[in-house]
Design a binder for this molecule. Structure first.
Ligand SMILES: [Cu+2]
Length: 187
């Protein structure tokens, strides 16, 4: 019995060591791509808050959102043109980020704004998580990039067809997209 216990413990230790090595490797890969974040603030009298992160992944950008305070169900979720969330209704963020001047559409189609993203889906407690890779976003600060623009969440679902914004209603949260590298020095 004693020998058996010792063998079990040493193999457990071995798997712990390999798990640690894997975690270290993943952390190293994460740090290699440019990253940006937006801290969402409530707008239009809502209590919606959360964070959205953007990370380069090859030719795409991985978008990860974690949001609370929503009404249950789907909510329009877009990158908007202006990095200005100052208005109480977030209209200061202007329209959808659309450098190619296309029509609004489904995020999987060719005719869509670069800033068109999948609806957030909130559970019965008002929490939503989303993780998606999009090929229309670039983590640069210029006419084609999303740095210093904004992320907006809407009260209603984006129907992915009504112009110019999918009939998604009021803007219930807004956050400016900041380069993760610059966030510490600017604020
Ligand atoms: Cu929007």
């Amino acid at each position: 019995m004693k020998t058996g216990t010792k063998i079990y413990r040493s193999s457990q230790l071995a798997s712990l060591v390999s798990a640690t090595v894997l975690l270290a490797a993943c952390a190293g890969m994460d740090a290699s791509g440019p990253k940006a974040t937006a801290t969402l603030e409530s707008r239009s009298g809502s209590s919606v808050t959360g964070t959205v992160s953007f990370q380069s992944a090859g030719q795409k950008v991985r978008v990860e959102a974690s949001v609370t305070g929503l009404t249950p169900g789907e909510h329009g979720f877009h990158v908007h043109e202006a990095g200005d969330c100052s208005a109480a209704d977030a209209t200061s963020a202007k329209g959808h980020f659309n450098p190619a001047t296309k029509a609004h559409g489904h995020h999987g189609s060719a005719e869509r704004h670069a800033g068109d993203m999948p609806n957030l889906v909130a559970d019965s407690s008002g929490n939503a998580k989303l993780s998606v890779e999009l090929d229309t976003l670039s983590l640069t600060d210029g006419p084609m990039g999303i740095l210093n623009r904004s992320v907006v969440i809407h009260a209603d679902p984006d129907d992915y067809k009504t112009q110019p914004a999918g009939n998604s209603g009021k803007r219930v949260a807004c956050g400016v997209i900041r380069s993760a590298a610059a966030a510490g020095s600017r604020y």
